[in-house]
Design a protein around this ligand. Structure first.
Ligand SMILES: Nc1nc2c(ncn2[C@@H]2O[C@H](COP(=O)(O)OP(=O)(O)O)[C@@H](O)[C@H]2O)c(=O)[nH]1
Ligand SMILES: [Mg+2]
Length: 311
């Protein structure tokens, strides 16, 4: 079993090299190198390239510059720790634990096409089952013909039960059936995969609203969570889109996927700053076990090339 920290380290490996270089980590070691004006410039560029955004970039640099002013022999590793602490402050409140109380707890996964909803529904079901819970998946993306097939394949492979209907069926009716099934089977958690077409936003929001109403009517409070699944590699451009979903559907949290596929691993910070929604999980790869609970400490330390600290 890979440690939790290692997962972050490997998942973020497209984003980390520029930071390691700026902080003077060579061949996996910091080796006591000190920073200078040149490495500070490198760091600034690295922060922008990783899509941290202006505010966060300035805050991180300011803290490191201040320390450098005090001590001209500031080591790269110390600078990285100072930077990580700034990020930890910015990300305060971003971690969240999911507890499957009063089963069945329904979690709706929403977001645009390709953000990773279907994959994440399967990964979450797998994770919850590993945690000893009984998951059920509802295939509410009835819009795309291939969508049912995709979720079915995942669920079969992971041996997770699925409630699905035909292509073109009413998504809210599938949600209703899935909730009924979850109640009668005694499932602990119901994961609803939904459609994400963006060219018809009005219709999509209507459909999501209907899912919410139907669940609420059948079992008030059962829709415990609405998580926006957001593609981390799209970077800060996804913030506007997130706001639309938040206004229309009332989100309770975020899942940021594909952090492994991007060098813009800092975008998550900007997204959190804007939306202030807890990040329940992050996608660090394509395999079922690559969806990990978000950890501010693992994220910041892995990104800046720091090693796991024992405390
Ligand atoms: N590398 C990587 N790929 C991912 C991750 N999450 C999803 N994907 C891929 O993104 C693509 C779209 O995912 P899908 O679940 O179909 O998105 P949906 O349209 O929102 O349902 C698929 O090829 C997934 O394998 C992740 O965390 N890392
Ligand atoms: Mg899908």
């Amino acid at each position: 079993m890979k440690s939790f920290f290692r997962k972050f380290k490997e998942g973020l490996k497209k984003s980390t090299p520029t930071f390691q270089k700026a902080f003077g980590k060579v061949g996996g070691l910091f080796g006591g190198k000190t920073i200078d004006a040149g490495t500070l410039d490198e760091l600034e560029e690295a922060l922008y390239m990783a899509d941290f955004g202006v505010e966060t970039t300035e805050e991180v640099l300011e803290a490191i510059r201040a320390a450098y002013k005090e001590d001209r022999s500031l080591r790269g590793e110390e600078a990285a720790r100072i930077g990580a602490r700034v990020l930890e402050q910015v990300l305060e409140g971003a971690e969240a634990d999911f507890a499957a109380e009063e089963p069945p707890a329904v979690i709706a996964l929403v977001g645009v096409n390709g953000s990773g909803k279907t994959t994440t529904a399967a990964k979450l079901a797998h994770r919850f089952r590993e945690d000893g819970l009984q998951p059920l998946v509802g295939a509410c993306d009835t819009f795309r013909a291939a969508a049912n097939e995709q979720i079915r394949t995942w669920c079969e492979r992971l041996e997770v039960p699925l409630i699905a209907s035909q292509h073109g069926a009413d998504a809210a009716a599938v949600a209703f059936d899935a909730l009924e099934a979850a109640r009668s089977r005694g499932s602990d958690v119901l994961l609803l995969d939904t459609a994400g077409r963006l060219h018809n936003k009005g219709h999509l929001m209507q459909e999501l609203g209907k899912i919410r109403r139907v669940l609420e009517k059948r079992s008030p409070g059962s829709l415990r969570h609405a998580w926006l699944v957001i593609d981390g590699s799209v970077g800060s451009n996804s913030i506007e889109q997130a706001k639309v979903f938040h206004e229309a559907f009332g989100l309770t949290g975020l899942i940021v996927t594909k952090l492994d596929g991007t060098s813009r691993g800092g975008a998550l910070v900007g997204i959190y700053r804007q939306l202030r929604l807890p990040i329940y999980f992050v996608g660090l790869g394509e395999k079922a076990e690559d969806l990990q609970p978000f950890s501010v400490r693992n994220y910041t330390h892995a990104l800046f090339g720091l090693e796991e600290e024992e405390d």
